[in-house]
Design a protein around this ligand. Structure first.
Ligand code: G6P
Length: 461
């Protein structure tokens, strides 16, 4: 079997216990094929010249980890700038937050060229290459320009926006043209594929050839949806591990006469956390029986804090939580417990299991794996209810969740009340269906289907 080469901005060491499902799933494949994982080391070198970075190669079992450092200027324009101040907001339909600073694009190109240049000598002729996410859209085009002929696939972990939004990016044509250098493009949802199709027709004057083939810019590419999943068995096993059981028991003791609602997110404006807190406030206002009873635990882990929009959302959330606790809190009950830290991954399943309602209500999200983790952690005999945004990619699959529009504060509050009151029989039925869905399309299925499709993809370019 050909060797697998994975490239992503962040790499996770599959040997480390904190590694999530994706790292574990990719790690497994890499171990099987004696693969290579290439990406940014996470180090920033202050005075480094642009377009340069030291390469470090180390062995982790059968997997080779190759990482490069980034200079400050490259990091700021490629990662903070173009990736997270242009592509992230626009791909999440937030044109209002995009910062089209003309200086960012050169850093983005430079780092993609640097990745390509450093990777090329490490490649073997029959490698199969899998590039991940929006930081690296032009990587295949750069590699092709340097003579790379290996099969290359791309998976976008975030949504692809409608063509009219995409076209707001000054370099949209260049970005979309770059995608045609891949042999296979994977999206999270059918909706993303439709957006790609609309772009090809309306902006690129291209052709939809059927059977997942698209022609534009004189090239043809394959594209389809591969919804990412979780490792259900691993997560269920974690639920029964010591740390998780302790967490569950602590929460159950502390909330014995109370109902727990839970949100776990990176503190990102796409996650709709302030909207969620406003809906919770409306729940307390409209259904007073929940006062002194329902508690919202919101874990919002710090992320990309030097990008302005992230500092703004933190301030907004903190003021909202303060206001609701001031207005509704009692000496022996606080409505919102807001935690601006990471929670150890080992404790997350126990926390999920203790929550009567899982609130996964992003304004926009590629997939959202917390929704799937919440389901996997539940006790099938007495499961909690998942309240899920219709704008999360997961909503295409998780049809038995209670779907909400997170912009509709009142409607969301009504649905949360419905979740709190749902009879046991209905909770069980919904949970059983949801569990079978996340089992059928788990992370192993996702990896296998993508790699099988990439291996089978004969060149159509
Ligand atoms: C999203 C992106 C990932 C990214 C992660 C964490 O899930 O799709 O590519 O790694 O957020 O963000 P960060 O900027 O810390 O890598």
């Amino acid at each position: 079997m050909s060797r697998l080469v994975v490239i992503s901005n962040r790499i996770a060491d599959p040997r480390k216990p904190a590694a999530g499902g994706l790292a574990v799933a990719l790690g497994e494949s890499l171990q099987q094929t004696g693969g290579l994982w290439f990406g940014w080391s996470g180090n920033i070198v202050e005075e480094a010249p642009t377009g340069e970075g030291e390469l470090r190669v180390q062995q982790a079992g059968k997997t080779t980890l190759a990482t490069i450092d980034l200079g400050r200027e490259d990091h700021d324009s490629y990662y903070l700038g173009y990736s997270n101040d242009v592509l992230w907001p626009v791909f999440h339909d937030r044109l209002d937050l995009a910062n089209f600073d003309a200086g960012f694009i050169s850093g983005y190109r430079r780092v993609n060229q640097l990745f390509a240049r450093k990777l090329l000598p490490l490649l073997k002729p029959d490698d199969i290459i899998w590039v991940h996410d929006y930081h690296l859209i032009p990587l295949a085009a750069e590699l092709r320009g340097m003579g790379c002929r290996q099969r290359i696939g791309f998976f976008l972990h975030i949504p692809l926006p409608p063509h009219i939004i995409m076209a707001a990016i000054p370099q949209h044509e260049w970005l979309m043209r770059s995608l045609f250098a891949y042999d296979l493009i994977g999206f999270q949802t059918h909706q993303d594929v439709q957006h790609f199709e609309q772009y090809v027709r309306n902006e690129a004057n291209g052709e939809v050839k059927g059977q997942g083939l698209y022609r534009a810019y004189g090239q043809t590419v394959r594209c389809r949806a591969f919804p990412i999943g979780i490792d259900v068995d691993e997560f269920a096993a974690l639920t029964h591990a010591k740390e998780s059981r302790e967490m569950f028991e602590t929460m159950r003791r502390e909330y014995s006469s109370r109902r727990l609602l839970l949100g776990i997110d990176r503190l990102d404006y796409s996650k709709g956390i302030p909207n969620r807190v406003r809906s919770f406030r409306e729940l307390l206002a409209n259904y007073p029986e929940n006062r002194r009873s329902a508690t919202l635990i919101q874990i919002a882990s710090p992320t990309r804090e030097t990008v302005d929009a992230y500092a703004d959302i933190r301030r907004e959330l903190e003021s909202l939580c303060g206001a609701i606790n001031g207005d509704y809190g009692e000496l022996d009950w606080m409505p919102v417990r807001y935690i601006h830290r990471m929670v150890a991954r080992k404790r997350v399943p126990g926390l999920c299991r203790a929550a009567a309602v899982g609130l996964v209500t992003p304004l926009r999200d590629g997939m959202n794996l917390v929704a799937k983790e919440y389901i996997a952690a539940q006790d099938p005999a007495d499961p909690g209810v998942l309240v899920l945004s219709r704008f999360a990619g997961a909503a295409e699959q998780l049809k038995e969740a209670l779907l909400v529009n997170p912009y509709d504060t009142h409607g969301t509050a009504e649905t949360v009340q419905q979740a709190l009151q749902m009879p046991l029989e209905e909770r069980r039925e919904r949970h059983q269906m949801l569990l079978s869905r996340i089992r059928a399309e788990d992370v192993h299925w996702w990896r296998r289907t993508f790699l099988d499709a990439l291996r089978a993809a004969e060149s159509v370019r």
